[in-house]
Ligand binder design. Sequence first.
Ligand code: DGL
Length: 256
Amino acid sequence: MDNRPIGIMDSGIGGLTVAKVLHEQYPLEGICFLGDSLRNPYGEKTQEDIVRYSFAIRDFLLRQNVKMILIACNTISFNVPPSFFAGDIPVVKMSMDVPAENAGKIGIFATPATIGTHVHKEYFRKKYPDKAVAEIPCEGLAAAIERNEGENVISALVEKALKEYHAFDIDTGVWACTHYPLIGDIFRRLLPKVSFLNPALPTVEQGMEILRSQDRLADRAQEKRFYFTADPEHAEPIVEKIFGRVKTEKAELTGV
Ligand code: DGL
């Protein structure tokens, strides 16, 4: 048993979609969440910046004495070097292990920085060689979700990406950015025949399997804390919607 919190990191509110799944599946676990809202969006920054910011979040979470880190951000997961995963506690990246066996054409929705790595395309091509895979970088979308832009702005950004990458014919969509499940309804309205897959559950399960195998699950309800590097009150309604009355707090990263 280990009652220390699980660290969860993202560039902002997107990581809450992974924290939500953790909370639903493992309600006793403590959470120490850090959203770097000050520097959001990461998905349109250079790899050098993404790596620097990500190590600063990692250091912050380690100082909070977390027992594991879940990287609830695809942009971070696939842009940091192997050394990011080294150390005394497990550091778990976003999973790609979503069930796409019934797909004909898979659309990968992600930030430009995630699409630039092509990891999803390679993964799905290898796992399902008979299926078509379209990469759909959604410029500006994570930032618009973070800023809580209206539905019209957000729909227009998704539509623009679909048009630009000729992806209106996909039948399966993978949300390879943790911000995107927050606008699931907009995706479904624009693409009513498409099945959308969210890698949050397999990500949480991969992490929890490690803790379970080390007998380090929490054995009684632990505290959940939510830190943001800018405007913590902006995230409060969504945090409350998922977790009930929890205060969000301001945090500063060092070394960035
Ligand atoms: N939520 C993040 C992801 O999964 C990144 C969004 C951003 O900061 O661009 O990729």
